[in-house]
Design a protein around this ligand. Structure first.
Ligand code: NAP
Ligand code: ZN
Length: 348
């Protein structure tokens, strides 16, 4: 016996998302049933819905920025209770036994973690994500949303928040550090807020100056347009850390030249096409080029608690489910301020 819930699904790479129904598994002893209230729209949803990262298995319900309320818990569940405010991010399971899982870094699970959507669950069925009325998730992958953050503003933290918090922590963003954030979209705006709250001096590098006022309000001290060639001359060799959130191909060498000796550029943006690099940009100043995927469950909870403590929710535009295709077009046009969040009650 499964439960049927309403959802929005992608059925082909070149088709709009459409209403559908999906089945959720029965609540097992270690499972939590969550009534989804809000689901953020991550650019990864679009890459997946459109098969930009390789062939997607359709139909797929995307969405891995999930916030809701616990509706039922299995008999063995100890971490969550009915009525709790909870979230689910990009993973819903992992092997639980490898060195990374036992170390709280399930994102690196050697057997591969189970993605919230477009993965294969332990029951052998394809996983379906958050653009849906409810989800059943094993309790270890359910996060607690602290009081002090509204559920709609919390949803984007489950991907955009942790994906930027984790590298900022790993590369020690903090007082005395100059951090540049490339791209002021969903991830970028959270990177600015979090890096500023950690005490770093933050610079936004955006395609234009259109969002300058917002960037400064979110916590940046400086804001530059990358369309101006002088930006790359003026800021040469000035940053300790660059967080690149751009969803498209960028000129890596141009950005690497902005790092000080020993600085690091970490890519979280995951464009469809490969990036190229002239290695001398790294060699000449002992610079590093890195990447970083989401974050483990323990760190995701730490990020949520940090955001609550610093009053950092996402800046959101709440939409009805029927507006999802229009929202996708606006994300693709860099016209998002700064995360679309689906009000899931509009699926009813
Ligand atoms: P988003 O909201 O669309 O933001 C991307 C921003 O990049 C845009 O707002 C824009 O900022 C800039 N941009 C877009 N196209 C550009 C272009 N052609 N040239 C230069 N800049 C451009 O997307 P998001 O949800 O933040 O996701 C960003 C990327 O991160 C996506 O590729 C997504 O798949 C990836 N991602 C990775 C992880 C991970 O674990 N590493 C997790 C989540 C998402 P400006 O207008 O300010 O220039
Ligand atoms: Zn995401």
């Amino acid at each position: 016996m499964t439960t049927t819930v309403k959802a929005y699904a992608a059925t082909a790479a070149d088709q709009p998302l459409t209403p559908t129904t999906i089945e959720r598994r029965d609540v097992g002893p270690h499972d939590v049933l969550i009534d989804i209230k809000f689901a953020g729209i991550c650019h990864s949803d679009i890459h997946t819905a459109r098969s930009e990262w390789g062939a997607t298995n359709y139909p797929v319900v995307v969405g891995h920025e999930i916030a809701g309320i616990v509706a039922e818990v299995g008999s063995e569940v100890t971490k969550h209770s009915v009525g709790d405010r909870v979230g689910v991010g990009c993973m819903v399971d992992s092997c639980g036994e490898c060195e990374y899982c036992t170390g709280g870094e399930e994102q690196f699970c050697v057997k591969g973690n189970v993605g919230t959507y477009a993965g294969i669950g332990k029951d052998g069925e394809p996983t379906q994500g958050g653009y849906a009325q409810a989800i059943v998730v094993t309790e270890d992958f359910v996060l607690r949303i602290p009081e002090g953050i509204e559920l709609d503003e919390a949803a984007p933290l489950l991907c955009a928040g942790i994906t930027t918090y984790s590298p900022l922590r790993h590369w020690n963003a903090g007082p005395g550090k100059k951090v540049a954030v490339v791209g002021l979209g969903g991830l970028g705006h959270m990177a600015v807020k979090i890096a500023a709250a950690m005490g770093a001096e933050v610079t936004v590098l955006s395609q234009s100056l259109k969002k300058q006022e917002d960037g400064l309000r979110l916590g940046a001290t400086h804001y530059h347009a990358t369309s101006e060639q002088s930006t790359f001359q003026d800021l040469a060799s000035s940053f300790d850390l660059i967080v690149n959130t751009v969803s498209a191909v960028v000129d890596l060498d141009a950005y690497l030249s902005l790092l000080r000796v020993g600085g690091t550029m970490v890519n979280v943006g995951a464009p469809e096409k490969p990036l190229s690099l002239a290695v001398f940009s790294l060699i000449m100043a002992r610079r590093s080029l890195a990447g970083s995927p989401i974050g483990g469950i323990r760190e995701t909870q730490e990020m949520l608690d940090f955001c609550a403590e610093h009053h950092l929710g996402a800046e959101i535009e709440v939409i009805g489910a029927e507006q999802v295709n229009e929202a996708y077009e606006r994300v693709l046009a860099s016209d998002v301020r700064y995360r679309f969040v689906i009000d899931v009650s509009t699926l009813d």
